[in-house]
Design a protein around this ligand. Structure first.
Ligand code: CDT
Length: 322
C-alpha cells in the first residue's frame, strides 16, 4: 500500500494583538481550503497559530494573559476549523496556548486526523528565553514565565505512519529528533515563531535562516524522517519573525520552502516509505548505535569539563595533576 502523503506547510503571516480569534481562524480555514485544492492529506499550521506571540511582553499578573490561552480544543472559536477539516477530509496540525481545567499553562500542538478526530497532543519540552522581566531587551522572550514544560516526546499512529511533534526551540536540540527517531518517527511536525533578532547575541541575527535550515535538515537526515517546519512569519507587533517554512525529506533535502513572510502554503508529496532508505542503512539504530557510551546525554544537563582537561587550561593550578 502506498504511503505517499501530500502535506501542506501552512505558514501564516503575523497575527497582531487585536486580531480576533474568529478572524485568525478564518485565515487558517482559507489555507486549509487551499490545501484541499492542492490534494493535501495534512496541513501543518505554526506554533501559537491563534494569537500573537504574547511571551514578548511582561505583565506582573500572568493571569492577565489567560485570554491568549484555549481552555478547550476544539472550542467555540476553533470549531469551524475542525468542521471544515472534517468536511474536506484534510487533517491538520495546530499550535496554541493551552490552559488546562486544573490551571496548567502549556505551549501545545495537536494533530487532527482527516475525520476530525484528535490523533495526538504535544506540550513543548524546551522552553527558551527567560523567567524574569529583562527591560534591556528590545522585546521579551518570556516562555519560561508563561508556560510549564511538557514531559516528553511521544509518537502517534496517524496518517498511515508514525508521526511525532515538536515545537519551535525543540527543533534546535538533536535529542528531540533522536527520541522521536528511537520510537520510529517517520514524520515530525514542528511549528515555530522565531524572532530574527536575538538580543543576547545579535551576531546570530544574520544566521537565523541558515540555522533554521541547518537543524531541520540535519534532524531529518540523521533520523531518516520527514520534517515539516512551519513559521508564523513577518512583522508582528514590531518584532520580525523568520519565515522560510519548509518540508524536508529523510535525505535532508528541502522539497518545498515558503518565499514570503505572509500566509502562504507550500506542498510536497512525502513518501513515508522513503524513511527506510535511511533507517535501514546508514542510520540503522539497532545495528550501529552505542548507547553504552552515550550516558552523559541523559546523565547530566550542563557542561562539565573533566578535571584533568580543565587542569591543562590552568597550568598554574596543579590541583589534581600528576
Ligand atoms: N518560539 C521559540 O521557541 N522561539 C525560539 C527563540 C529563541 S530566542 C529566545 C527559537 O528557538 O526559535
Amino acid at each position: 500500500m502506498s504511503r505517499i502523503l501530500t502535506i501542506g506547510a501552512a505558514q501564516t503571516g503575523p497575527i497582531q494583538r487585536d486580531d480576533s480569534r474568529p478572524d485568525v481562524v478564518e485565515r487558517l480555514v482559507a489555507l486549509l481550503r487551499e490545501g484541499a485544492d492542492a490534494g493535501c492529506d495534512l496541513v501543518v499550521f505554526p506554533e501559537l497559530a491563534l494569537t500573537t506571540f504574547f511571551p514578548r511582553w511582561w505583565v506582573d499578573d500572568r493571569a492577565e494573559f489567560d485570554n491568549f490561552f484555549e481552555t478547550e480544543m476544539p472550542g467555540p472559536d476553533t470549531q469551524p476549523l475542525f468542521d471544515e477539516a472534517a468536511r474536506l477530509g484534510v487533517g491538520f496540525h495546530l499550535g496554541y496556548a493551552e490552559l488546562t481545567p486544573d490551571g496548567h499553562h502549556y505551549n501545545t500542538a495537536i494533530l487532527v486526523e482527516r475525520d476530525g478526530s484528535v490523533a495526538g497532543r504535544y506540550r513543548k519540552v524546551h522552553l527558551p528565553g527567560h523567567h524574569e522581566h529583562e527591560p534591556w531587551r528590545e522585546f521579551q522572550h518570556l516562555e519560561r514565565y508563561y508556560f510549564e514544560p511538557g514531559d516528553g516526546f511521544n509518537v502517534f499512529g496517524a496518517f498511515g505512519g508514525v508521526v511525532g511533534m515538536a515545537i519551535c526551540n525543540d527543533r534546535r536540540w538533536p535529542e528531540t529528533y533522536r527520541v522521536l527517531g528511537l520510537q520510529g518517527c517517520e514524520l515530525a511536525l514542528i511549528g515555530y515563531n522565531t524572532p530574527v533578532h536575538y538580543p543576547p547575541d545579535p551576531t546570530q541575527d544574520v544566521l537565523a535562516g541558515f540555522h533554521n535550515g541547518l537543524v531541520l535538515q540535519s534532524g531529518a537526515y540523521q533520523n531518516g524522517m520527514w520534517v515539516v517546519g512551519v513559521a508564523k512569519a513577518g512583522n508582528e507587533e514590531g518584532c520580525v519573525l523568520l519565515g522560510e517554512s519548509s518540508i524536508v525529506a529523510p535525505s535532508g533535502e528541502v522539497r518545498a520552502v515558503c518565499s514570503t513572510d505572509g500566509d502562504e502554503l507550500v506542498v510536497a508529496e512525502c513518501d513515508l516509505d522513503m524513511c527506510s532508505n535511511y533507517k535501514d542503512t546508514l542510520f540503522n539504530f539497532g545495528y550501529y548505535r552505542r548507547p553504552e557510551v552515550y550516558g552523559l546525554i541523559t546523565g547530566q544537563t550542563g557542561v562539565e569539563v573533566p578535571e584533568d582537561v580543565a587542569a591543562t587550561l590552568n597550568p598554574d593550578d596543579t590541583t589534581g595533576t600528576a
